[in-house]
Each structure stands twice: as structure tokens, then as C-alpha cells.
Design a protein around this ligand. Structure first.
Ligand SMILES: CC(C)c1ccc(C(=O)O)c(O)c1O
Ligand SMILES: [Fe+2]
Length: 285
């Protein structure tokens, strides 16, 4: 079993790095932690970075998860290879660029590009955003899945994710006590479906709703409340059509042996208990 500790960062290719950096700082509210040639890193919490925009193909999207040790990483690589997954070992330069000790990259069964990393750097510096979005940290990622049952098996049987709830057949899966770190979303091709940052309070959700609306940024869903995690949320579109989510109040699951995953409907009522309707392409295709 591959033991994932947490989600660490996303890396997003873009043909307009300057525009993406502007959005990440001035709309999303992240802090630039490093500006290298062709790649900019952003902080959202005390970690070195949790998002990287780099010059490249917008379809080149990577999600990284932390493993406990180098031995765990090599064991994970061996496991993936027995499943016929091609495993790439990051070079020393690539590790330095990511501020991790070691990493491997492979594709999950849908084709999502995934990195497993060891010893990602913590900055020791507090995060302070360019605008006060109230962000408390990068929390979860939505991954597209072309076969939910197959991909749930990968994340829960090959890896250690546990299903907290399902919306239709789409599982929300936890790695620790937070309700979910990985949300699978049905879609015909690979990609990151959304990137979530937690914010401090309902006030931050409401403030950002007005802030984003006033700047003619496309709000795709919300404000609303998820019946699953009970978090209040707001989704909006970023560079290259990426969906970003702010949420607050995500529940935690501490009664691990007693928890039973719950079934919610794959229709608006299963996504929002305040009656908001999603306007997200992946919901329609
Ligand atoms: C719209 C999606 C996949 C979704 C559904 C439920 C929650 C939650 O319970 O917090 C999410 O965060 C989502 O992104
Ligand atoms: Fe989410």
C-alpha cells in the first residue's frame, strides 16, 4: 500500500505566464515565493510553495503528494511498475526546482500526471497574500476521472485514500482527518478539475464573492454550502479555464473505524444545500 501523507502542490503550464502570475497574486491572493526563469512559485501557507505556474502547455498539469521516506518512494515506484505504470525519476535539478529531496512522476489510470515527493520544503515564513483573501492553505484537488470505479480502486487500494462520501459514483477521499484531499470528477479526459484553498471564515467567502464579481471574473458555482463536507464554497475561473475553489468549514473525520461513506445525488442538491447551481463545463459534458 502506498501511504500518501498529503497533497503538496499543483504545477500548471501556461502560455501566458505573466497573466497567470497576475491572477494568482491579485485575484486568488497567493504570494510569490520564487520567480525563476519560466516558472513562478506561490505560497498559500507555511509550506515553501503549493502552486507553480510554468511556461508550457496548459494541458500539462501535475498534482503532487507527499510520501514518508525515500524507501517509501522506491517501494511506491516498484508497486507502480508492477501495475505497468511507467515511472519517471526526477533529476537533481528538477528536485531542486521543486524544493523536494526526491520525486517520481507517473500517470494515474485516467492519465493524470502525478508526482510523489519526499521531504518537500517548509519555508519557516508565514504566508501573506497580496490581497486579503483570508487563505489558510492549499487543501484539496479535484481530479478528472474517465472511469470512477477503476480510479477509486487505484487511490484506495494501491494508495491509502479512504472514501468519505460519494456524489453519484464520484468519491471524495481523505488521506488524513480532513474530509477530503482528492475528489474524483467524471470527465472524458485527464486534467485537474479544480484546486481548493481553504479560507478563514464565511466573511472571506462573501467578501471574495463581491471582489471577484466586481472584477468580471467568472463565478462558476456559489456561494453555497456542500452537504458532503459541510464547507461553504465559491468557485471561479482562472487562467486557461482552471477552476479555483475557496471553502471554509470543511469537516474532519476522527471516528475513523466508525465512519461510513455516505451517498449523495449527482445533481445540484448533492453539491449545494443552499440551492446554488453549478456552471462548470465538466458538469455538462
Ligand atoms: C464539485 C465537487 C467535486 C465538490 C463536491 C463536494 C465538495 C465538498 O464536500 O467540500 C467539494 O469540495 C467539491 O469540490
Ligand atoms: Fe472542492
Amino acid at each position: 500500500m502506498i501511504e500518501l501523507k498529503d497533497v503538496v502542490y499543483c504545477r500548471l503550464g501556461t502560455r501566458d505566464l505573466e497573466g497567470a502570475v497576475w491572477f494568482a497574486q491579485n485575484i486568488l491572493g497567493l504570494e510569490v515565493s520564487e520567480n525563476r526563469k519560466g516558472a513562478v512559485h506561490f505560497k498559500s501557507d507555511s509550506r515553501d510553495h503549493t502552486l507553480c505556474y510554468f511556461e508550457g502547455d496548459p494541458e500539462d498539469q501535475v498534482t503532487a503528494f507527499e510520501l514518508g521516506s525515500s524507501a517509501d518512494l522506491h517501494a511506491a515506484a516498484a508497486t507502480l511498475e508492477t501495475l505497468q505504470q511507467k515511472v519517471y525519476y526526477g533529476t537533481r535539478e528538477e528536485c531542486e526546482a521543486r524544493h523536494v529531496r526526491e520525486f517520481i512522476r507517473f500517470s494515474d489510470p485516467t492519465g493524470n500526471s502525478i508526482e510523489f515527493v519526499v521531504r518537500p520544503a517548509i519555508s519557516g515564513q508565514r504566508y501573506h497574500g497580496t490581497r486579503d483573501a483570508g487563505i489558510t492553505g492549499f487543501s484539496h484537488v479535484g481530479l478528472c476521472s474517465s472511469d470512477l470505479e477503476r480510479d477509486e480502486k487505484f487511490w484506495t487500494r494501491v494508495c491509502n485514500a479512504r472514501v468519505s462520501d460519494r456524489i453519484g459514483d464520484a468519491p471524495l477521499m481523505r488521506l488524513g482527518s480532513i474530509h477530503h484531499t482528492i475528489a474524483l470528477f467524471p470527465y472524458h479526459k485527464a486534467g485537474i478539475q479544480h484546486i481548493n484553498h481553504q479560507v478563514e471564515s464565511t466573511d472571506d467567502i462573501q467578501r471574495s464573492t463581491n471582489f471577484i464579481r466586481d472584477r468580471q471574473i467568472n463565478i462558476t458555482f456559489g456561494p453555497g454550502r456542500h452537504p458532503t463536507s459541510s464547507a461553504q464554497f465559491l468557485y471561479f475561473s482562472g487562467p486557461d479555464g482552471m477552476t479555483f475553489e475557496y471553502s471554509t468549514g470543511v469537516c474532519e473525520i476522527h471516528d475513523e473505524p466508525l465512519w461510513r461513506d455516505r451517498q449523495f445525488a449527482f445533481e445540484p442538491v448533492g453539491f449545494c444545500q443552499w440551492g446554488a447551481k453549478p456552471n462548470i463545463a465538466a458538469f455538462e459534458d
